[in-house]
Write a protein that binds this ligand. Structure first.
Ligand SMILES: Nc1ncnc2c1ncn2[C@@H]1O[C@H](COP(=O)(O)OP(=O)(O)OP(=O)(O)O)[C@@H](O)[C@H]1O
Length: 309
């Protein structure tokens, strides 16, 4: 498991990571979420010794990364800044890493196969697409068959098939009992991949709970009601003290479940065309929670102009 205690990193006056304490447990996928600049990459870099904490500690299975005798066998990491020699082939890159970490060379072909790069294993990595580079980065992370896997934005640059593959892989690694920490900007994807969430904003902990708990705590749900006599339905629901938000011909009702609303309207002889529960997504929950922690937010007009482009 990964244990952070009071983990802090400052760059001059900038506090990138601000006293984070959490535990990433084995046997499940933990999603690491936060707006741009929240400190996710810095936290992951400290886990694998690429950055030194200003204060606090982070340990992998009880030891700091620097104390690990065989780092690649302890924790496998895919981090954003990959140092690949562009002239080297994928196979040679992995062979070199295997040799310098005491990993049997046969493992190279196993991981190439696992990430789907066998056919291009002898091409120079300088010619790799972003997606191929990501797959190679994941191959590096898995080379030492580590019990702890840390993946920073692993689906960056991957096509839908690749995204699904990463999801299946992360879940498989967790089901084998490994500790899996994955950061991503794709909320819909994270909702399908992670069991547990750690959410940070401006370097601080905002939430550390199960996916289900997170959505229950931070996402609203409502009952969508469509009925031919909308105004009468709206008046009746309001008269019962329910919270009704009218959006065109649709009523969004909070305060009573679908069955209760159906019974109420049926009792009044009002016909229904639709009665459905709408749950907001992980993305909605995330936006609600992190609204105050966003460092770089677009002005609404700028967003519209971008959408029109
Ligand atoms: N080497 C550095 N020097 C100065 N500031 C840095 C450095 N690395 C990160 N920062 C700052 O620390 C903060 C956290 O950055 P970090 O990359 O960890 O965030 P993140 O959550 O991974 O963001 P993103 O989702 O955009 O990748 C940001 O404000 C960033 O500008």
């Amino acid at each position: 498991m990964i244990v952070a205690r009071g983990l802090t990193k400052t760059y001059g006056p900038k506090v990138a990571v601000d006293g984070l304490s959490f535990t990433v447990e084995p046997g499940r996928v933990t999603g690491f979420l936060g707006p741009n600049g929240a400190g996710k990459s810095t936290t992951m870099r400290m886990m694998v010794g690429l950055d030194r904490p200003t204060a606090g500690t982070v340990t992998i299975n009880g030891r700091s990364y620097a104390d690990s005798a065989a780092p690649l066998r302890t924790v496998g990491a895919l981090l954003e800044a990959r140092a690949l020699h562009p002239g080297r082939s994928a196979r040679n890159h992995l062979r070199w890493l295997a040799a310098s970490n005491g990993i049997p060379v046969r493992r190279v072909d196993e991981v190439l196969d696992l990430v789907g790069l066998t056919d291009v294993a002898d091409q120079r990595v300088g010619r790799f697409s972003l997606g191929m580079g990501q797959r190679l980065g994941i191959a590096v992370a898995l080379l030492g068959d580590p019990p702890v896997v840390v993946l920073d934005e692993p689906v960056n640059g991957l096509d839908p098939e690749g995204i699904r593959w990463v999801r299946t892989l992360a879940r498989e690694l967790a089901s084998q009992g490994r500790t899996v920490l994955v950061s991503s900007h794709l909320m819909s994807e994270m909702a399908l991949t992670a069991d547990h969430l750690i959410v940070v904003g401006r370097g601080r902990m905002l939430a550390d709970c199960s996916m289900a708990q997170f959505i229950a705590d931070h996402a609203a749900s409502y009952v969508r009601v469509r009925a031919p006599r909308t105004a009468e339905v709206e008046a009746l629901l309001r008269s019962r003290g329910l919270d009704v938000d009218r959006q065109g011909s649709e009523l969004r009702v909070q305060g009573l479940d679908s069955a209760g609303i159906g019974d109420l309207l049926g009792g009044a002889g009002l016909h229904l065309h639709e009665l459905s529960l709408v749950r907001s997504s992980l993305e909605d929950a995330f936006m609600t929670l992190t609204a105050d922690s966003v460092e770089y937010s677009a002005h609404p007009v700028a967003q519209e102009a971008q959408a029109a482009r």
